[in-house]
Write a protein that binds this ligand. Structure first.
Ligand code: MN
Length: 408
């Protein structure tokens, strides 16, 4: 039996006002071909299917179009909800999809057993059980008790996550003692390396669980949420597939992958890393205005789609002429078929200091995360480091609460 692990598709993602639908289409075509070539029996998608809780019609269409192409193939699918997904949106078609061998677990289920999914092999024998754990929301993990101190609330969330996985491991051992168990998850694990495109969860990532907290019963953990592919705690059986396409400029040099895990004679073998082709290059071009112009002129695009370019012009002395020239440069390349300039920044070493209060000159508020905006606000206040830490945690919790309301 062959299992393909992927996550964090973020269908509908917009990067600096530019839709990523084209790279999603290319990725889906490639994925369908890869699954057919590799004879994949089971596809696991560990959360963040959509970027928004309420996806646009064209994004839902893309999703169903992909799923419809699996009908009639031997591949089963398990889809779990991430922190970006709406439980309702994912679960709405689950009855229909289950008839097509597509299992959807949008949010934590009422009965733990409903998160255990049996997957049969060619000879109709049970070959693997999957603990399809979606993103666990605050209300799935603890009852809010305001008398608790911050540290114990963090502890409560961590314990809640651990208990959820333990319950499923115990249940699986009891019901299917001889069948390998694979876990799914959409969470932050301690020690993982983030990029700029994940939202913080679990009280600003402080309630992270550690790899050692997962029961030994899990032969493989197919994780989602972190967009850089990585192995956790040097254990190749606990890993993030990462997002299949770059979702921010911070991921421009990352290799994007999916994983193929084989089970032979009831044993899970070392996962195979399968690189996803780079359908679009993301590139940063930095230097003096002259250098930037030079690099843009000589740029050769080697990917299928036009590159997305971020430019950063660095000059010594403030000059409104330079600012105007950068604007012209962007306009000049509007019709360039090699690349699209998505983001631009101008830094003057001896810049105009008057704009450097909350937002340094050259920074657009849309390029900052809410946490970064809050951090800058904190820096402009006279708060002690302890006060800042408390305020930051409170801010993270409020932000997560707002995002969770969106996902209901
Ligand atoms: Mn994600």
């Amino acid at each position: 039996m062959k299992i393909l692990h992927t996550a964090d598709w973020h269908i509908g993602k917009v990067l600096h006002k530019q839709s990523l639908q084209e790279e999603h289409k290319h990725f889906f075509d490639w994925l369908l071909k890869t699954m057919a070539d590799e004879e994949v029996d089971l596809l696991l998608i560990s959360g963040d299917i959509f970027d928004l809780a309420n996806p646009a019609a064209k994004d839902r269409e893309l999703y169903y179009n992909f799923l419809s192409q699996l009908i009639g193939t031997k591949t089963s699918v398990i889809i779990t909800g991430g922190n970006h997904d709406s439980i309702g949106v994912l679960n709405a078609p689950s009855e229909v999809l289950s008839a097509l061998n597509i299992h959807v677990i949008g949010g934590a289920t009422e009965y733990p057993k409903d998160e255990l999914i049996e997957i049969k092999g060619g000879s109709d024998s049970l070959e693997v059980v999957v603990a399809a754990v979606p993103y666990l929301r605050d209300r799935d993990l603890r009852h809010i008790d305001t008398s608790h101190k911050q540290s114990s609330r963090v502890e409560a969330i961590r314990e809640g996550i651990k208990k959820h996985y333990d319950t499923l491991a115990d249940l699986s051992k009891e019901l299917y003692p001889k069948v390998p168990l694979i876990g799914m998850g959409h969470l932050y694990t301690k020690g993982s390396i983030t990029s700029e495109s994940e939202r913080e969860i679990q009280i600003g990532n402080t309630a992270a669980i550690e790899a050692k907290h997962f029961s030994d019963a899990y032969a493989y953990m197919a994780l989602g949420h972190i967009h850089r592919p990585q192995v956790i705690d040097k254990n190749e059986f606990i890993r993030y597939s990462g997002s299949p396409i770059a979702l921010s400029f911070s991921e421009r040099s990352d290799d994007k992958i999916v994983l193929i895990v084989s089970i032979e004679d009831g044993k899970v073998l070392s996962p195979n890393v399968v690189p996803v082709p780079k359908f679009r290059a993301l590139k940063k071009v930095a230097g003096s205005l002259e250098k930037v112009i030079e690099q843009l002129d000589s740029y050769k695009n080697e990917s299928t789609l036009p590159a997305f370019i971020e430019i950063e012009v660095k000059e010594d002395n403030f000059s409104s002429q330079v600012l105007a020239q950068v604007e012209n440069l962007i306009a000049l390349h509007k019709t360039d078929d090699r690349f699209i300039i998505l983001k631009s920044k101008v830094n003057f070493k001896n810049g105009s200091k008057d704009t450097a209060d909350l937002f340094k000159s050259g920074t657009n508020v849309e390029d900052l995360t809410p946490q970064e905006v809050f951090q800058r606000k904190l820096e402009s206040e006279n708060a002690t480091p302890e006060e800042q830490a408390t305020l930051k945690e409170a801010f993270s919790e409020l932000l997560e609460y707002v995002h969770e309301q969106e996902g209901l």
